[in-house]
Design a binder for this molecule. Sequence first.
Ligand code: HEM
Length: 419
Amino acid sequence: MTTEANVATKALDQFTPLDADVLKCPHQYNARMRSEAPIYRCPHTGMFFVFDYDTIRRIAGDPETFSNKFGGAMRVSGDVDPRLVEIRNTGYPAVDTMLTEDPPVHRRYRGLVNQAFTARRVATLEGDIENIANALIDVFVDAGRVELVSAFCGPLPLTVIADQLGVPRTDLPLFNAWSDAFVAQLSRMATPDEELAAAKLIVQFQHYFAAKLDERRRDKRDDIISDIVHARLEGERPLDTAESLSIIQQLLVAGNETTTSAIAEGVLLLIQHPEQLAKLRADATLVPNLVEEVLRLSTPTANMWRVCTKDTEVNGTRIPAGSLIQLRYASADRDERVFDSPQAFDVTRRNARANVAFGYGVHMCIGASLARKEMEVAFRVLLERLGDVALDCPEGDLVYPPNVLLRGLAALPIRFAPR
Ligand code: HEM
């Protein structure tokens, strides 16, 4: 069992970067690794872990040597339960598309999805996002207390992307359950029973959206599903159903859990730093920089995989072909060589936007402008409508469920005075 105290003192080979306690609270461990072993081969797993900003950008910027085709590694975990195989056989095959493809094929998918995710579409969403945020706050504002993750941080991005995917509001609970199922699968921490339940939900998701794709093939509307169905790159075929489902799944999972975590962490940081909150209340033009500073400190996609395609050497460390490499984006965002006093929360930080919370290179987040807009609106509306915000539980009760890629608060109970 690793604890925060012995992360600082124990020999590095006595625990792994994927230990649950390190994943829950990685900052002290990451800081130690940046100074002692910025590229680390874990003797227990044979995997490589990269901790410093420059090397992470170098690797993310070289997709030829460091591939995103880690989909297989994420899907296959030792002996696969035959019940799991049986459930999966009733759905569509898992195929690699954007996140788990490499150039030149990656460019083709990205091009198709860019058509559905234009800056024009994001710019037109601000009013809708504001309406959703206000409607969510209306429900709890008079109570003076709320669990903010389930009442606001989760439903806000979920509702925005559901609207964009043409899912009616009445199906939001289903949509939420599917998102949780994908995250459970990604976490690699689920029990066998949880894995079975998640697999059933994922098949249900596939059939739901396969039907929606059929509908939109017949009847084009102004939503992302229609854009995906009808998108063509010059001279190319349209996406098939398995490819379209893979893309919709990525939009749901990549855009939901991450934005939820970023909003929740931002509220927690403001509660913990009243002097920063006072600066924001005095000057609302600081909100966009608040968004960048929150992205830097929260880095919801804390870690991401790459697979080495050929024997190579990085800063003197030999990495054999086929090695699995984890980029620790959350560590890069606290690299003391890039950010002064990197553990400090400073809403006026000059280079906050240099964060790599959205990654770097060809896979850099396709939803970055949407996520930034959602965070900006969320913080602005929360600041307008809630005063004297305080934690409604001891700080030690806050939980970050262990997950090999994503990091975020499970719940955030707060008290406040309606304004
Ligand atoms: C604060 C919120 C978000 C964070 C922190 C985040 C983070 C990331 C990161 C780090 C990557 C790069 C992964 C890599 O290096 O391989 C990525 C890619 C991606 N993100 Fe986001 N994301 C967020 C919101 C969104 C939203 C709102 C959407 C869509 C609705 C989205 C969709 C995607 C997709 C589809 C990819 C894969 C792109 C590709 O491989 O070309 N993300 N995101």
